[in-house]
Design a binder for this molecule. Structure first.
Ligand code: DHK
Length: 145
């Protein structure tokens, strides 16, 4: 199985940005955690992070026909991006939405997710563990929440 983990804007700043919300671990720590989890399950995983909406759309399109699933934390684009939503729908790959925090318990503008209904499941408010649950879900080992 081949998976792509996409992180959107400002997630490269993990460990520095608002640690009381996102924790003190870095983006490199996050990738290492997911890599180890995938290694244990013999999953081939690649990572992509960008602060640019169109670049994320390009990466989703590039996965079409090559990979088996996508784990995506679109960051702030969750709440604004029709283009990322349309890309997920266009490629038709099983995709899972992840958030480190729980946007539904934060500011009102975070309560809307443009990607949620084109994703198979959402894991939010679980810290980095949400990414591992998303991987497990795509392997058929984790129930939908
Ligand atoms: C990450 C962001 O960058 C925010 O814009 C979202 C999400 C929440 C997270 O919790 O991982 O609102």
């Amino acid at each position: 199985m081949k998976l792509l983990v996409i992180n959107g804007p400002n997630l490269n700043m993990l460990g520095i940005r608002e640690p009381e919300i996102y924790g003190r671990e870095t983006y490199a720590d996050l990738c290492a955690l997911i890599q180890k989890h995938c290694d244990e399950k013999s999953i081939e995983v690649t990572f992509y992070q960008s602060n640019h909406e169109g670049a994320i759309v390009d990466e989703i399109q590039a996965a079409c026909g090559r990979l088996d699933g996508i784990v995506i934390n679109p960051g702030g684009y969750t709440h604004t991006s029709v283009a990322i939503r349309d890309a997920i729908a266009a490629v038709g790959l099983p995709t899972v939405e992840v958030h480190i925090s729980d946007p539904d318990t934060r500011e009102d503008f975070r309560h809307v997710s443009y990607v949620r209904d084109v994703c198979r499941a959402t894991f939010k408010g679980l810290g980095f563990a949400g990414y591992l649950k998303a991987v497990d879900f795509l392997c058929g080992e984790e129930p939908k929440t």
